[in-house]
Every structure is written in C-alpha cells, then in structure tokens.
Write a protein that binds this ligand. Structure first.
Ligand code: ZN
Length: 258
C-alpha cells in the first residue's frame, strides 16, 4: 500500500535557515504545491544522507513526508545543478534576488506552476551565461505579469492616451506605469523617463530572451530601466501585501468595509 503521507515533487530552494542542533528549515518552491516550508532533519551533520544535495540555485527532486508543522524532507536528488550560474558572484547574487522576489510574491500552498517555470527558466539563462541584468529585468517584467500588475508602457496611466515618442514621460509605479506630459499626476517628485528607457521597457514585454540578449544598449539606459523596474516591483509587492492584509481584516469582521 502506498503511504499517503509521502509525496515527491520538483523543487527549488528559495531560502533556508538553521534550526536546532543539526536541522535546517527550507522554503521550497514547487509547481503544484506552491511555496511552503519543510524541515530537513540532521542535515548539518557530516553523516547526513541529504547533505550537500539540498542546496539552493539548483532544481531538485524531493521526497517529503507530511508533518504536523512542517513537512519532512526524506530524500533529495539534484536534477539540474546549474553549476555555471554559481561560478560568477554576480549571477549567483542575481539568482538569490530572483528567488527572494518569488518568495515575497507568493502565498504559502497556492499552486505556482507559472512562477516555478519562470524562475527555472531564469536560472537556465543565467547558467547559459546571459547577462544577469537582462535576465533579472526579463524576470521582473514577467513576474509583474503573473501578479496581474503588468506595467503600462503604451498608454498614459491617467488619461489613457497613446504615448508619442516626441513627448516627455514620467514613470509612476503607484499609478502602474508611464504618465504623459499633459497629465499632472502626483507631485513632481518623480524623475522623467527617457524615450530610450521606455523603448527598453516595451522590449522586455515583447521580445523573447534571445532577442533581448542580443540588444546593444548604452549602460545608462540599462541602469534607468533597472531602477524603474525595482521601484515598480517594490511598490507592487508592498501594495499587494497591504491589500491582502486589509482583505483579511474585512473578511474576519474586525473592520467595516470602506
Ligand atoms: Zn496623460
């Protein structure tokens, strides 16, 4: 008889911390079971069978037993080690950043096939030597899509007018994208967005990774788009978390609906 407490899944380790004398608690991302925490007992002992296999920045095949608080890792096999990804400090640091974004974007135990595939693809691209900044921007743009907050880069977020190349733009993440020159928007605290940066943002929405990898771009434009996407995701993830908190409060009846 199969033991229904046991299951096997593909997984990528998003984060981990040491627990007790020799255990480690891992946050795993899996396609079907989504994100969840699992415990690897005795993994920090030199004699552990799990030992070095249960590593981040790799795709694993993990066997788990359902537990009361945490599911327990019973077996691990490395299916993709992505060794070249770890060779460069920059691509390894980027990989950690992408894992953290996935972690912050997901609720526990919600199916996450699309996000799993996205992170896995990003790790493959880093391993293949694609520029880590390009991989990160491509991932951020598609993550925003998955979260339902695709940045608006074609029309003004305020008046819905098509943006024209000869006007000036402002990047306003709290409004969801680009503001045209005719709309006042929230105070002028936001710096302008160059037309080159706007084009690159569009490219991240439209081009496939091969085309993105081949683009020749001035470093200043790449930096502008990096700052823009970071701002955008910070605002989106915070707003998301706050809105979920509010929704939970409303549902629990602790607060009247607005
Ligand atoms: Zn406008």
């Amino acid at each position: 008889m199969p033991n229904s407490r046991l299951y096997v899944t593909d997984a990528i380790v998003l984060s981990r911390f040491d627990y007790g004398e020799a255990d480690r608690i891992m946050t795993l991302l899996t396609p079907v079971h989504g994100k969840f925490k699992a415990i690897a007992k005795g993994v920090r002992r030199p004699t552990s069978r799990l030992g070095g296999s249960l590593e981040p920045l790799a795709e694993l095949r993990v066997a788990l037993a359902r537990g009361r608080t945490f599911d327990v890792v019973t077996q691990v096999q490395v299916t993709h080690a992505w060794l070249r990804l770890r060779d460069s400090l920059e691509s390894a640091a980027t990989a950690w950043y992408l894992a953290e974004l996935a972690d912050r974007s997901l609720e526990e135990r919600h199916e996450a096939e699309a996000l799993y595939a996205l992170l896995r693809r990003a790790y493959e691209l880093l391993d293949a030597g694609m520029d880590s900044g390009r991989v990160a921007r491509w991932y951020e743009m598609h993550l925003a899509d998955e979260l339902g907050v695709r940045p608006e880069v074609d029309r003004c977020v305020e008046c819905d007018r098509m943006l024209e190349a000869d006007e000036s733009f402002r990047w306003v993440p709290p409004l969801g994208g680009v503001l045209c020159s005719r709309c006042p928007g929230p105070s002028a605290e936001r710096a302008g967005l160059s037309v080159e940066a706007l084009k690159l943002l569009k490219a991240y929405q439209r081009l496939d990774v091969e085309a993105l990898a081949a683009l020749r771009l001035p470093p200043a434009v790449e930096r502008e788009v990096e700052a823009a996407m970071r701002d955008f995701l910070r605002v989106s993830l915070e707003r998301d978390a706050r809105s979920l908190e509010f929704l939970d409060e409303v549902r629990s009846g602790r607060r009247p609906e607005p």
